[in-house]
Design a protein around this ligand. Structure first.
Ligand code: PBG
Length: 338
């Protein structure tokens, strides 16, 4: 922040000694401008078909995929630690994937079953559902594809049905991560028309075509399908900051309750700009690759992973994020408590 024009000039050294405010832990604590707490965090979770099973995600040390029954104790820990919400991502079996991603709109799909189970056992936790087709399409794109092109308006019809399906299953927040044009307005209208006017929309408004999503695509198994294709015709160019402001403006105008910037740490300038421009609830996603970098360097003994994680998450708050999606939510909440 620039110094306010109304402030008198700073006293010069030696009368001014900024280090006085850093001399002891108690004074540092009193003057700390930002604080990280478990109430700032959303825990993303990967859901697996079957029962009594969990699998480690190789490229995300410490992250596991869980079957629904094994997920419930994890949700219980989130509740106990004061994490307000979880974001669910399904690992769709290959035989349920198709070019049209029909499984996305199946009320009995894995994600909807997980939502119903969580809703029943833990009425107090927020459930965030990812709205996009990539977990369900055989080609790994977030929308319908025709002759190599990702179709916009045709995809909207499917996203709308997917969002209603999730709302029906007990999801509190639908979070479109697909980056199709016009999806927020279409989803808002459909939710309202189907008795879900209380369902929140968290728009992945400024979502970049990022290489930092690599480990996530391993975790949900959409990377193999995508192969060497990319998502650059709908996700944003990392070169652009002003475009993020326009994207967010569209999504707010179409009815988004909250907006998100993604990835997080490499895009903190975007978080700051969005927060300053709109003053709406702004979330940031510390994505899989950001998480993996810290964990991998920690495993090698090159970084103190725990300290880097806390510092990294605090940086999101300093940049203006109201909440952070992070795979490290649970471990961080535990560390903050002790
Ligand atoms: C799917 C989606 C992705 C992520 C969240 N939702 C991947 C993608 O867009 O390819 C990435 C999250 C992460 O890397 O942690 N639409």
């Amino acid at each position: 922040m620039p110094l306010s024009r109304h402030l008198p000039p700073l006293a010069a050294f030696p009368r001014s000694r900024p280090r006085r405010l850093r001399r002891t832990a108690w004074i540092r604590s009193l003057v700390a401008e930002h604080r990280l707490c478990s109430a700032d965090l959303i825990q993303p979770l990967f859901v697996l078909e079957g029962s009594d099973r969990s699998e480690a995600v190789a490229s995300m040390p410490g992250v596991q995929r869980f079957t629904i029954d094994r997920l419930l104790p994890v949700i219980e820990r989130c509740c106990a630690l004061g994490i307000p919400a979880v974001a669910l991502f399904p690992v769709t079996p290959a035989e349920r994937k198709s070019a049209g991603g029909e499984e996305a709109c199946n009320p009995e799909n894995l994600l909807c079953r997980a939502m119903r189970a969580i809703r029943k056992r833990f009425p107090e936790i927020g459930i965030v559902g990812d709205v996009a087709l990539d977990p369900y399409t055989s080609h790994g794109q977030d929308g319908l594809v025709e002759e190599g092109r990702v179709l916009n308006d045709e995809t909207l019809d499917v996203l709308v049905r997917q969002a209603c399906c999730q709302a029906e299953a007990g999801c509190d927040v639908v979070a479109p991560s697909d980056m199709m044009d016009g999806r927020i307005g279409a989803i808002r209208a459909a939710l309202d028309g189907n008795g879900h006017d209380e369902t929140l929309i968290l728009a992945y408004a400024a979502k970049y075509a990022s290489a930092f999503y690599g480990p996530f695509r391993d975790a949900v198994g959409s990377g193999g399908a995508l192969g060497r294709a990319d998502k650059k015709t709908y996700q944003m160019d990392p070169a652009n900051g002003e475009e993020a402001i326009r994207e967010v403006a569209h999504d707010i105008a179409e009815g988004a309750d909250m907006v998100m910037v993604k990835p997080g740490l490499p895009y903190l300038d975007v978080v700051r700009r969005v927060k300053e421009a709109f003053q709406v609830p702004t979330m940031a996603y510390q994505v899989s690759g950001e998480y993996a970098m810290i964990k991998a360097a920690g495993e090698k003994g090159w970084l103190d992973a725990d300290a880097c994680m806390l510092e990294s998450l605090l940086a999101f708050k300093r940049a203006g994020a109201d909440a952070i999606l992070t795979y490290a939510a649970l471990e961080t909440a535990e560390r903050l408590r002790s």
